[in-house]
Every structure is written in structure tokens, then in C-alpha cells.
Design a protein around this ligand. Sequence first.
Ligand code: ADP
Length: 726
Amino acid sequence: MHMAAAPTQRKPTFFWQGLLILLPVLVLAVVGLISLRQDERSAEADAHTRAAENLQSLAIAMRDSVDGELQRFLTLQNVWMIGLRLASQPSVSGEFPDVKLKADIEKWERDYPKYKFTDLAVPNAEILTNGEAIDPPDFPAAPTPPKWFLEFSSLQKNSWENLRAAKTQKEIESRRQIFLDGKPSGEAQQAAFNLFRPPEEMAGHSNFQFTESGITFEEIACYQLLSATNAQLTTDLLQSIWWRVIDQPSFLSPKLLQLAQTLTNRAGANLRQKFFWTQQFWNRQSQVREWIAPLRKISDSTNHWNLASSFSRWAGDSSNAPLAFFEPTTFVNMSNNSNGNPFEGKGYAIKFVPREVVETIFEKALSENKFLIPKFAGAIVFAEGKPLCRTDKANLSPESFQLKTSPPIASILPQTKTGVNFGITFYLVSREQMLASEHRRAKLFGVLILGSALSALIGFVAAWRAFRRQQQLGELKSNFVSSVSHELRAPIASVRLMAENLEHGKISGTQKQNEYFRFIVQECRRLSSLIENVLDFSRIEQDRKQYEFEPTDVIALMQTTAKLMEPYAAEKGVHLKCELPVPVQNQILELNLDGRAIQQALVNLIDNAIKHSPKDETVTMGIEIKNAKLKIKNDDSANTAASLNSQLSTLNLFVSDHGPGIPRAEHGKIFERFYRLGSELRRETQGVGIGLSVVKHIVDAHGGKILVQSEIGQGSRFTIELPGKN
Ligand code: ADP
């Protein structure tokens, strides 16, 4: 059997408790703050994903809207242009535009109030993949002699020159016969007849025949008729002009129109209208001629020809170039080119939509679906590689399409059914707005996290201080116990020794015996005073201390206390002086207080003073009356006491000594329980460290104040301030 070793008592520490309080909160706070940061990143990613989804929907919605509107414009343009081409011919009668077309145009113009439809519409164009233009017809800048002329043999050429030089009808007929006998081509034969027909006869019958110079006979006839002195615009003449200008234009066409224009004033309303339309159609055709010039050179129009796929291109790089829609077509035996060969083979029908109309159509489609654009983003729309519109039009300029400062969020490149490749890009306008709700949340949680971390920290500090105080108190208490036992041991031992000596008759002589008895009584008094203090202290600690207030004569109280302490002072070789106000000596200075308690307080103060005083020094106790009014006004000694009692404001009881004094820093602490100056080992004076704390409690209970005035080497003065009656 062996004995278990007694567990070594370890000094309690606060480490684990503190760790358990702080660590979880700190870990939570750090993790919380990190996750808030990550939340921001994922909120950003979420916003981008949502934007991309919206962009998808926007692309679909815009594509449908754009397709519909482009188709609408193209159809209306086609109907209008076919109608205009027909109606502009003088030989064709009928209403133009008809009621339906008129209504359709009006409706379109209501939807696009910025534009006048008839100013925008242009005819379709037709080209072959090799770039040859079918419609509007191409014509050389300068005329070249026709094939029939170039094919002449020298003989034929001679007879043709002869024929042309003929003057009389007879000459004409004989020379023409000679020419025909030379077996020229059919066209040359026709030319031989046309050469001498009067212009009036030529007008009004479409005639494609070229003269030897490469100009048509009909054109020459028109020119002659228009520039005659009494020229007049007739239906036949205007019809001829129409054919020459619209069907088979040449470098002369503008001149013919210009001459005809001067005659319109004298023509009838119908002819005027017809001329106006012809002119309009010619102008539109000229416009298209200009537009297709760059398109005819597009190399991929030859490479990618595919009947099933239409496509679109900007007609040129200028900012107002229209959008051209290419529809692959196979042309079969169309009209002839300027060399007289028919157009045949693969090609395209090309339709145009003016740039501004395309812009408006896309803008409309964008603003109709604006709700799909996230609040924090802007949108830019491109078509066939050119920026068309953006949401914040306020700062719309060619440069502002460059996304220099605002990074793109999402982009998409859909294609319309009409074959327009367009693109939409969302770009970031306000990152703040994108993360607004996330930021609100983060702020809230951040405040919560920091708040709880802070409160945990405060709790930790408070707990640590309480722990420290408790620890110090524990130390003080154990010191207290040893001090009390120490304080008790010496007097009890000496009392026992003296009592034993008396008992055994070892002390002879009554005077000596009396001295012994006095000593014993005095020691017992001191003991009971000490025990009284300890008991009082424990009552105070347990909140059981009760005070009995009754009118008490303070002067008498001071005097008895002085008497009580005198023997002790004498024993220590210290003088005890009691200073009481002179005139009051025979008067009663009454206050409502617990006399026993105040006396105990005084005893404690005097006891300390004597204890700390060197031999032969004086301890002074006394009363001070604080009442300025009284002192100035009423100096009559006899009345002072009476007035005192009724006008008293404060009454100070003081005890002062010439001891070592108390350092200023310790002034507050000496009233704490168990507190004693210096270390436990180096202390010379007796005491247990509760005297002043009992004093403080008593004075507090009386509604008074305990004050200390002391410097090192200057002695100490303790003052009990008691409130007077008012
Ligand atoms: P104690 O039983 O130690 O006297 P007290 O509470 O009465 O306990 O006093 C607390 C401390 O204050 C003392 O230990 C002493 O150091 C200091 N003290 C009290 N009175 C005086 C005085 N008159 N002169 C110098 N020091 C004093």
C-alpha cells in the first residue's frame, strides 16, 4: 500500500479561460471578414453571369424586332420603287401610289417620324459575281463605236460614208441600195434606214440602235427635238427620254433631263408629274450606282456565293454609307450589257437601307428591351463591324464607342434572318451599383463581426481584471489572517504572563500589582478594540453592519475618546493633544450620529497616528467648524454655540501626527481593505490593514467624507467631514 502524493496546488492562471473566451470570437471574426471579401468576388461573378443571360435574351428580342423592321422597310421600298418605275412612264396610266401603298407609307412615317420615306427609298440593284452591274445599267463615260461599225470591211465602210453624204432622196435610195448590196450585218442595215428618219418619227418608239458614234439614234432624235427653237414636251418625247434615261442610260442622259426640265413649265400637269417621277427615279438610280461601286469589288461576293445565305455589308466606309443586303440570285438571259452581250449567271440582288434608318431600327429595338440591360451596365450595339448605338446617348461620339475606362462585361454576336451580323456588348457603368446590395450586406455583417469581437475583448479584459482583483484579494486575505493571529499572540502572551505572575504571588507590593492590573486591562481593551474592528469589518463585508443614529454630543465624544487613548499614547511616549473650539467647551454640540461607531473611527485614526509617531512627538485631535457666514457675522462668543447648532454646514473631526507621512500615490489605496504600506516583510508597525477601511465605511454611512493630507516626512492629517444639520 502506498500513499498518494498530495496534489501540488498550482497557482490559478487565467490563460485557458481567456483563450476560450477570445479564440472562438477572433477565429469567427477573421473567417467572417475573409468570407465577406470572397462574397464580393462571387457577387461580381454572379452579376456577370446574370448580365450574360440577359444579353442572350436581349439578342433574341432585338434580332426579332430588327428583322421585322428591316423587312418592313425593304418590302415597302421595293413596292414603292416598282410602282414609281412604272408610273413614271408617260405611256402608262393608273393611280400611283395606290391607297394601300399610301397608307403603308403614312403608317411607316408615323413610326419613324424623323424621316420622309420617299426621300429615302432607292431601287434595288443587281450585279453579277464578277462585279458587272446589271441594274441600274452601266454605261461608259464616253461612247464607243458599235460592233456593226467596227466589223465593216473597207468596201462597206466606203459605201457607208457615201450613204451618209447623200443629200437628195434619190441619192439616199441609190446609195443605200449600194450599201445593202455589200451585205452588211442586220444592225448595219437597220442603221442605214434610221440614218435618214426625221426625229419626230423616232420619238415614242423604243429604239436601241446605235449610230456609228455609239449614241443611240433615239437619243439624237430626243436631243434634236428638245433643243429645237419651238420645242415642246410631248407624251411620245417624254416616253423616249424615259427609255433612254432609265433603260439605256448614257453620258447624255443628264443633259436630256436638263433640257426636258426647262420645258416642263409649258407642259400639262400629267406630263409634269411624269417628268418629276422620272427625274426622281433617275436620281435614285444614280445614288445606287454610286453605292454599288465599292460593293462590286467585294471579292468574297464571288467566293461565298450560296443561294441559301443572304448577307449584308456596309456600302463603303463613310459614316453615312447605307447597309446593303445581298440576296444570291441566278440570272438567266437578262438584258444586254453595253457590248450587247446578255447578262447571265450567278449574282446578287442588292437592297439598301440607309444608315440612319438602320441606326433608328436598332435603337428602337434596344430601347424596347432596355429592361434587359442591368442597371449597372451600358450597352453598345454594332452591326457589320460598325458601332450603331449605345444606351447613354448623351455622350455618343465616335471615340466614346471605345471602351477605354469601362470594361466590357459580356458580348454576343448574333445574326438576323436578313443576314445582318450584329453585336451587343454590355460594359460596366457603375461597379458601385453592381455590388450595392452586397456592400450593404457586407457593411452590416462587418459591423456585427467587429462589434461582437469588440464586446468579447471588453468581456475578456473585464474578466481578466476581476480575476486579478480576486487573486490579489486572496493574497491580502491570507496575509490578513496571519497578521491578525500575530497581533493577537503578543498581547495574549503578555497578559497570560502577568496574570500567572500575579496568581503565583510573584508580584509583591500593591503599587506594582496595580500597575500589572492596569496593564492587563489596557491590553484587554486593545484586544477587544482589535476584535471589535475585525468583527465590524466582517459585518461590513457581509452587509450586516447597522448604525444607530441618535443626537450625540460631539465634544463629549471627543473628550472621552481622548481619555480612552491617553494611556496608549503614554505607553508609546507620545503626547495626545485634544483641540476643541474654545467657546464651545461648556456648550453642547449635538449631531445625529452613531456615537459608538464615530468613536471607533476616531480610535482607529488615533491608533494609527500614535503607532506611526516617533517618541515624544505630539498627536493632535480636534474639531473644526466650517461655516464662513458664522465666523464673519457672529463674533459674539456667547451666541456662537447656539447659532452653531442651527447653522452648521460641516463639522470636521481631525487627527494629525508628525509621523513619516504617506506617499501621495498611496492616498487612495490606504482605505482599501487589507491594504498596508510597504511589503509584508519589511513592515515595522503592527496592524492588519482593515482599520482605515472600517473608518471609511462608518464615515460613508454618516453621509460624510474621509480626507487625508500627507506628504512623506511631513506627517499626516486625517479629517472626517460630517455634514451638519441644515
Ligand atoms: P493598519 O492596521 O495596517 O494600520 P489601516 O487600514 O489602519 O491598517 O492603515 C492602512 C495603512 O495606512 C497602514 O498600513 C499604514 O501604512 C498607513 N497609515 C495609516 N495611518 C497612517 C499614519 N497616521 N501615518 C502613516 N501611515 C499611516
